[in-house]
Design a protein around this ligand. Structure first.
Ligand SMILES: [Ca+2]
Length: 266
């Protein structure tokens, strides 16, 4: 990866307030998933709102070129560059992060309080330091920057779950924090301590195989599992936001996606 892109990836982490330093080993989650896991929880308790297997071709490079209700917040910034390629029944995302000035942001309507998304994903190994951010957005709630509610971030060595709604994307907090960032000053200890409660980071090793990922929210808890194994869970008030309006991917470099399912439990 060119230095400029690597710096952009680092900037993305900073912009989203994700600290890569902290690692915690989660205790066994107390939740509704049980031994069968969250995929089973969604299937037995939930309603399938959306499924896409991407067995088609895209129509150009525009915001709606993926079809089936997908929208890209970044495609029209760089109409000459293909960032989403439907190929062999797979959504292949290759972000023009530098040219667009933003990681590729692709989203679809969701619409639940409790529920989640199941996807198959693969880091194709086309760029160094591939990562994937996915989560939920509600642009109709106005005191959150760009409606960012909560996300999971998979990097090469860790998984982070983060509440943005009551954390770094809360407008009041964001404004206070930004003033320190602009002056390149240390964020005050009380703010740092508050933001630390909004996220958890656990060690995780990325590879280039296909995996099934399940990301759910239930009440104030968010949980992520990969191939049926719980990886991370966290509790924070923002996870309980009543309307996960969009399901979003933010991809700074390259990721392949297939079989996206969105489930509503409540
Ligand atoms: Ca497919």
């Amino acid at each position: 990866m060119p230095l400029s892109l690597r710096m952009t990836v680092a900037a993305l982490y900073i912009a989203f307030g994700i600290s890569l330093g902290s690692a915690a080993t989660p205790a066994a989650p107390a939740n509704s998933a049980g031994a069968a896991g969250d995929a089973a929880w969604l299937q037995t308790k939930g309603t399938l709102l959306f499924h896409d297997a991407f067995e088609r071709e895209e129509t150009g490079n525009g915001a709606k070129a993926i079809g089936n209700g997908w929208n890209s917040a970044t495609a029209d910034r760089v109409p000459q560059i293909k960032m989403a390629d439907l190929d062999a029944g797979i959504l292949k995302i290759s972000s023009a992060t530098k040219e667009a000035g933003h990681a590729a942001h692709i989203h679809h309507e969701a619409g639940f309080t409790d529920g989640g998304a199941v996807i198959r994903f693969k880091f194709p190994g086309l760029t160094k330091g591939e990562s994937l951010q996915l989560g939920f957005v509600d642009r109709e709630t106005k005191d959150i920057h760009a409606g960012h509610l909560c996300y999971a971030l998979l990097s090469s060595s860790s998984v982070t779950l983060i509440d943005h709604k009551t954390g770094v994307m809360n407008l009041e907090i964001r404004q206070r924090r930004q003033a320190y960032l602009d002056r390149k000053e240390k964020v005050p200890a009380d703010l740092e301590a508050l933001l630390k409660t909004k996220q958890v980071t656990v060690p995780w090793k990325a590879d280039t195989a296909w995996h099934e990922l399940v990301l759910v929210t239930e009440g104030d808890q968010m949980r992520l599992s990969v191939d049926g194994q719980p990886v991370a869970h966290h509790r924070s008030p923002g996870f309980a936001h009543p309307m996960k309006r969009w399901f979003s991917f933010l991809v700074p470099s390259t990721v392949w996606i297939d079989d996206v399912k969105i489930w509503k439990v409540k």
